[in-house]
Write a protein that binds this ligand. Structure first.
Ligand code: PRP
Length: 180
């Protein structure tokens, strides 16, 4: 059982949507010469972000998914990234954009980036909707970041707390009742 908590809105759906429009323009410009961009969503957290992002990318894209997990239902990173589902397609010689919901310790992004690089894409860039730089334990940064946030426990827009709240349309901050 999870301790009772409330969720305070932190980033509204409207703010997220406006930021995604800006990011999509930058991505389109950066990959202007590509015939097809392979957009890889890191499951499960990125499923909402990737859905909104690709619909703003007015270019030829292929969507693929990879599932990695390091937290399970815990609030603490296991620091061991497990690949639970691999890509369906080949990325050798292709232009790839890896889509992550949040970079916290950085272990997931670092591990998955290294995995994809070993397959020798022509170009690999990364995007994370949220970044918590104060929590970083590895030397990694996404090419594009939606929002830098403080060290708060966040949920919504794909991000869970013990598998709950992924379906909130905004990013919220978890506050434990009786806590801070
Ligand atoms: C979460 C989140 C990121 C990762 C970030 O995934 O979706 O992928 O942790 O944390 P890190 O920078 O400390 O590695 P999780 O393992 O909870 O799986 P999920 O995406 O299925 O929720």
């Amino acid at each position: 059982m999870t301790q009772p908590y409330v969720i305070d809105k932190m980033i509204s759906a409207k703010t997220i949507s406006a930021r995604i429009e800006e990011l999509a323009t930058e991505i389109r410009d950066a990959f202007a010469g590509t015939d097809k961009l392979i957009v890889v969503g890191l499951l499960r957290g990125s499923f909402v972000f990737i859905a909104d992002l690709v619909r703003e990318l007015d270019m030829n894209v292929e969507v693929d998914f990879l599932e990695a997990s390091s937290y399970g239902d815990s609030m603490e990173s296991s620091r061991e990234v497990r690949i639970l589902k691999d890509l369906r397609g080949e990325i050798h010689g292709r232009d790839v954009l890896l889509v992550e919901d949040i970079v916290d310790t950085g272990f997931t992004l670092s591990h998955v980036t290294n995995l994809l690089k070993s397959r020798e894409p022509r170009r690999l860039e990364t995007i994370a909707l949220l970044d918590k730089p104060s929590r970083r334990e590895t030397d990694v940064k996404a090419t594009w970041t939606g929002f830098e946030i403080p060290d708060e426990f966040v949920v919504g827009y794909g991000i869970d707390f013990a598998q709950r709240n992924r379906n909130l349309p905004y990013i919220g901050k978890v506050r434990f009742e009786g806590g801070e």
